[in-house]
Every structure is written in C-alpha cells, then in structure tokens.
Write a new protein. Sequence first.
Length: 151
Amino acid sequence: MARRDEISAGLLAYRGRSEPEFLLAHPGGPYWARRDDGAWTIPKGLVRPDDLLTGALREFREETGFTAQGPFVPLKPVRQRSGKTVHGFAFEGDFDLTSFSSNKFEMEWPPRSGKLRTFPEIDRIGWFDGRHALQKLIAYQRPFLTELAAR
C-alpha cells in the first residue's frame, strides 16, 4: 500500500485551565531524539478507514497508557507530505503524566549494523498551552489546534 493510501487516526486531549492546555507526545527512537520544536504529535497510528475512532482510542491507549473518555469531537482530517491522511478527534481530559507508559518498537540501530534495538514509540509526553503547543507540534497537525481553538 502506498503511503498516500494509508490512514492514521489519533486523539487530541485538552484540559481547561486559565488557558487551555493540549497533550502532545514526542516520538521515540533515534531519528527524533534531538528534535523538539516541530517534532511533537498527537498520539496516533494506522487504522482502518471504517474504524477511525476505535483505532484512535486504541493507539492513544497503546502510546500513552491512558484510557480516553468522550465525548469526542471529530476534527477536519489533515494530510502529511507523504500523502497519508490523519484523522483527529478532540476530547477534554486530564491525566497524571507520571503514569505515562508507551508501547515499544524494534529497529536496526545503528543502520546496517545488524543490531536490533528497542525504543518506546513515544518517549515523553507533556501539556502545553496554545502558543507552545503550536511551536512544538509537527506542522501538518497544527490545523487540529487551530480548529479546536476556534470552537
């Protein structure tokens, strides 16, 4: 399947404070280790097109260790440069980040070394106010924040 045919879905958690805060995740693994601004994401993953919200809930639980509770607000889908479509769902929630845990993936590292290493899919997670969330979030997902803020 070509990347442009792939579909991902994820959840954008927010919590009410004097200024709303958004829960963002930093991708794990060596390619993202030194990147910060413009590298964070909503917890998301590949899903079936007929199972967007269920898939987003599963990915959120796998990548954060948290269980999301609705209601969920569908956001307008966005497209990665690769062509993959990403669906987002917003919900209000508050999580104690000290209990954060992520599933793991395995990859050859360093490249062409023949050595397999295990990395967390998400290596850190945090709450950010709107200005900082826009700064941290990967560019193609920023419309999720803009749309949610407009509501």
